[in-house]
Design a protein around this ligand. Sequence first.
Ligand code: ZN
Length: 152
Amino acid sequence: MSPLDELYREVILDHYRNPRHRGSLNGPHVHAEGLNPSCGDEFALDLSVEGDTITDVAIQGQGCSISQASGSMMADAIVGRNFDEVEDMIRKFRLMMTIDEGDNPVDPERPGAVLGDLEALQGVRKFPVRIKCADLAWTTLTDALAKARANA
Ligand code: ZN
């Protein structure tokens, strides 16, 4: 695959065109918003939490396909997970986006096995300016988690 084909993988375009969990939550939830000025991407999410488990998520936002697809895949991946699992996922996602597998073999825990569809975003690493696009949903999620932990 060419680097561009790898950047715009079919699964990424599918999440961009048909975002999962788009909307907002009724009932108690925490809300966080993020902005990626380098590309003009906006992202926001509502998290509903029971104990330390994420029971539902809704996402809003607008921007490039990478930023919005990353948010949609993230939303799919975090429902039903507890805070520790989600923080682990954030860590693995960031590891996947920044480590060059050629010189530094990936984490022996195999982030891909846990990240699922998110693995498709690996192609973004070849376009460093776009890493911020992919990461926007995750910085916003980090904010939301901090709020949820403060409420717990
Ligand atoms: Zn972007």
